[in-house]
Design a protein. Structure first.
Length: 150
């Protein structure tokens, strides 16, 4: 089923909006987090865990870029192409790497969290985001296998 190009344009705009909201969250959240309230900006943003999350965010933004490219290819009606297969393969790998990074961050928090902090919320969020990321990887794999090149 082919949708209107306006629908793909809307989905591309929604992808950009998600990226912007995540970027703002990544910049603002460390400043308001519990134990970082009285710290300087250098100490907040040089925390190893925050730096790790920024590395994972780069992978996330790479995945958003791949989704943006796929929407553009659908909009231009060049879905069954070698470029689409390459983009789907890259998206699949990006999603798997992101899921592994999220799960490893969850394990780090689980075993090394501060005794006064409760890791349950972060662990729940890590599990949900990993499942979503693996779902995207599965979708990319199924879509990649459905494309029939001449």
């Amino acid at each position: 089923m082919q949708l209107s190009p306006k629908v793909y344009l809307f989905l591309q705009a929604l992808t950009l909006l998600v990226g912007f909201v995540v970027f703002v969250f990544l910049v603002a959240f460390p400043l308001t987090e519990g134990r970082a309230v009285g710290l300087s900006l250098v100490k907040i943003y040089m925390d190893p865990f925050i730096l790790y999350l920024y590395g994972a965010a780069l992978v996330f933004f790479g995945g958003l870029y791949r989704i943006f490219l796929l929407l553009d290819q659908r909009k231009r009606q060049v879905w069954e192409s070698l470029r689409t297969l390459q983009t789907l393969r890259q998206l699949q790998r990006t999603a798997v790497v992101l899921a592994m990074m999220i799960l490893s961050a969850g394990l780090y928090i689980r075993f090394f969290h501060h005794p006064d902090e409760d890791p349950a919320g972060f662990l729940g969020l890590a599990i949900v985001l990993s499942i979503v990321s693996l779902g995207v990887a599965r979708w990319a794999s199924v879509s990649k296998n459905r494309i029939a090149l001449p």
